[in-house]
Write a protein that binds this ligand. Structure first.
Ligand code: NAD
Length: 333
């Protein structure tokens, strides 16, 4: 079986090549993203394997369908980059629904702790023999309130970590898990209450038409002054222009962003010798109280291994047996 693997990074290649010794598939690792211009590269392949910033719109799916691609294998959980309606009845789509919720939740915690205690700045000061601690005042997490929006696998892992700090947890989800709430002593509430009472708000819901720009001017207005906002889910959950205004007005105290709504062109790439033409991203990077990481929440050894295992098993089951345990549309849904 021939697999066209798009948006390959060295860590992907390492994890998949090692595990593929057991499967023996013919994997061609392409560095470029899958999009309208590169889709024809998949012409002689059976499967395309893609990641979060590959484009699977109507046009790309049409090209893949004409090329007789039998399966779109996402090596990620989110599928907001796939036009499922176009894929329906044409090409089955499978994903990796869970690989390590701890990886993402622990990264969200790293963002929180760094922003709170300014360790990113302390690192550079002491390297420069500057042992002043002025400007580094943080706050005790203990006793503060964290609002967690989306209490699926990652949200729940986040809640358990924050409970360990002695924080009060307010949670919001379309489908509250009452048993989990009782077991961990957390309270489900509405978004308004989360906005009004939380010192830290962490986003763990998927990007859907309903959650697009969930955090906009009106949501921010309701939040506590100096709230810390953490987004490790999808960039489109936050209206970036509203976030920038709120940072300028000092309404928002700090923001930790592992995702950005226009990240596709930038994240995962070394552009250190290039000029950034996205003025919004460039502005975000100027704030001392904003920490941007480029979608690295998933990047732990355990998660990479789980991603490779589930993806290759998804491919084996789908193509060899027409079974789709992790399917998200078509006969695999
Ligand atoms: P999950 O499916 O286990 O949980 C998502 C939760 O969000 C569910 O409980 C669902 O009911 C809830 N939800 C759906 N719509 C909602 C809405 N409108 N309002 C509130 N809650 C809503 O997913 P997960 O594994 O916990 O992942 C969460 C998100 O994290 C993914 O959608 C993905 O975008 C993101 N993610 C990021 C990285 C990274 O590297 N930064 C890695 C994996 C996943």
């Amino acid at each position: 079986m021939k697999i066209a693997f798009f948006d390959t990074k060295p860590y992907d290649k390492e994890a998949f090549t090692k595990l593929n010794e057991q499967y023996g598939y013919d994997i061609k690792y392409f560095k470029m993203h899958l999009n309208e211009e590169t889709a024809t590269l998949a012409q002689d392949y059976d499967v395309v394997c893609v990641f979060v910033n590959d484009t699977l719109n109507k046009q790309v799916i049409e090209i893949l369908n004409q090329s007789k691609i039998q399966l779109i294998a996402l090596r990620c959980a989110g599928y907001n980059n796939v036009d499922l309606e176009s894929a329906l009845d044409k090409i089955p789509v499978v994903r990796v629904p869970a690989y390590s919720p701890y990886a993402v939740a622990e990264h969200a915690l790293a963002l929180m702790m760094t922003l709170n205690r300014k360790t990113h700045k302390a690192y550079w000061r002491t390297k420069d023999n500057n042992f002043s601690i002025a400007g580094f005042t943080g706050f005790d997490m203990h006793g503060k309130t964290a609002g967690v929006i989306g209490t699926g696998k990652i949200g729940k892992a986040m809640i358990q970590i924050l409970k360990g700090f002695g924080m009060n947890i307010l949670a919001y989800d379309l489908y509250p898990d009452k048993e989990f709430a009782a077991d961990f002593g957390i309270k489900y509430t509405d978004l308004e209450t989360i906005y009004q009472q939380s010192h830290i708000i962490s986003l763990h819901c998927p990007l859907t038409p309903q959650t697009h720009h969930l955090i906009n001017e009106s949501a921010i207005k309701k939040m506590k002054n100096q709230v810390m906002l953490i987004n490790t889910s999808r960039g489109g959950l936050i209206k970036t222009s509203a976030l920038i205004e709120a940072l300028k007005e000092k309404k928002i105290g700090s923001a930790g962003l592992d995702v950005y709504e226009e990240e596709g062109e930038y994240f995962f790439e070394d552009l250190s010798s290039d000029v950034i033409s996205d003025d919004t991203l460039a502005r975000l990077l100027t704030f001392p109280n904003v920490l941007v990481t480029s979608h690295q929440g998933f990047l732990t050894e355990e998660a990479l291994q789980n991603i490779a295992e589930t993806t290759l098993e998804n491919i084996k089951l789908a193509v060899e047996k027409q079974e789709y345990p992790n399917g998200i549309c078509h006969k695999c849904g």
